[in-house]
Design a protein around this ligand. Structure first.
Ligand code: MRU
Length: 362
């Protein structure tokens, strides 16, 4: 991705391998703030408080958290303890546990004296693999957008997306946005309906920002507008990301995804989920068993933005003391999903197809 015309990733290790550089997404879209994380504890805070967010990016960030911990103390107890408390930083996205398991399993057999170097190499490899995975998801998703473009020459391909499953949610490319960026590069006229994604507004603040940086045509909509646009024939395809997919293909993603899937089904709009294989949880069959993060009421009762003077302010929307519930994710049953766009191609959201996908994975 390019920011202000310059190529950039969402995280990168400091050259001395003594820190991880990340974008503090809480400041976007109003400021591009780069933070230097110098310890595994700082990484844990950045994940828990959503400086970094999005399932693949959380995984890669946690891998570097282990590398930072190995700089300080590469012993077994230190490795296991850091993996344990990093895993608790956020409960829903399975990439976090996946990356920590990869790190701990690879590091345990390594001599303590070599662990820091191996940990940084492996974290780099996890980050690099994320970029390649998303580029491949983009290529497979591009075929879907090309087919739509051929059916409606002279008119834009209308994509609806929810939350931010973009460049900012990964190391590069994004998952749901990768096909969109590749369609743009292929000269396809593409327009994106961006759900604002209350309550944290990742669509309004992050997806709109990164599509704008990339020069992709987009229009922000209130979360409630998607069904209406589908009824009017103004959505050709829905592409969303995912935080955990169960063995039978139920998809856990940002709250509100399920309602979009219902509307898509009623209107015959194809509903696709961009899924890196690292987001598949073969240990869970029924999506209803996926732990759903409950976030603070303040995200619902208050809203942040910039005032006329450019100062970041937070205002209350509700009567004082209003109780608010804030489940951060929901589960869309597999029967509503047209297909999963993975790095290995399109896959049905169905147990047999997902089992074969895992068996083929290296
Ligand atoms: O709570 P967040 O912002 O970390 O939510 C995760 C997400 O970004 C979305 O659910 C996204 O669609 C999946 S991550 C590619």
């Amino acid at each position: 991705m390019k920011v202000g015309g310059q190529p950039m990733r969402t995280l990168w290790p400091a050259p001395q391998r003594d820190a991880l550089m990340v974008i503090d997404q809480r400041a976007l879209p109003h400021a591009l703030r780069i933070e230097r994380l110098e310890s595994a504890e700082a990484v844990e805070v950045a994940i828990r408080e959503m400086w970094v967010r999005g399932a693949p990016l959380i995984g890669a960030t946690a891998a570097y958290g282990i590398a930072l911990q190995m700089n300080r103390d590469a012993g077994d107890a230190s490795l296991d303890a850091a993996a344990k408390w990093l895993a608790r930083a956020r409960p829903t996205a399975v990439n976090l546990a996946w990356a920590l398991r990869r790190m701990t399993e690879a590091l345990r057999p390594v001599a303590v004296a070599d662990r820091a170097r191996v940990a940084w190499d492996l974290a780099d490899a996890i980050a690099e693999a994320d970029v390649e995975t998303n580029a491949a998801i983009g290529r497979h998703g591009l075929a879907l957008l090309q087919a739509i473009a051929q059916r409606k020459p002279g008119a834009p391909v209308q994509v609806l997306t929810h939350c931010n499953a973009g460049w900012l949610a990964t190391v590069d490319w994004g998952t749901a946005t990768a096909p969109i960026y590749q369609a743009q590069a292929a000269g396809i006229d593409v327009h994106v309906w961006v759900d604002e994604t209350r309550p944290r507004n990742q669509g309004a603040s992050l997806t709109a920002w990164e599509l704008g940086q990339a020069g992709v045509a987009h229009t922000l909509i209130a979360d409630n507008a998607g069904g209406h646009l589908m009824q009017r024939g103004e959505v050709d395809i829905v592409i969303v990301g995912c935080d955990r997919v169960s063995a039978r293909g139920d998809v856990c993603n940002k709250i509100g995804t399920y309602l979009k899937a219902l509307a898509a089904q009623d209107n015959g709009v194809p509903f696709y989920v961009a899924m890196p294989i690292s987001t598949l949880d073969p240990a869970l069959d029924d999506g209803a068993a996926i732990p759903i993060e409950e976030r603070g009421a303040r995200e619902v009762t208050h809203i942040a933005g910039v005032d006329a003077a450019g100062a970041l302010v937070e205002v209350r929307l509700t009567p004082e003391g209003t109780a608010a519930a804030n489940p951060a994710f929901d589960v869309t049953p597999a029967r509503f999903i047209t297909g999963l766009i993975t790095e290995r191609g399109l896959v049905n959201a169905e147990a047999g197809a997902l089992r074969r996908l895992i068996e083929q994975a290296p």
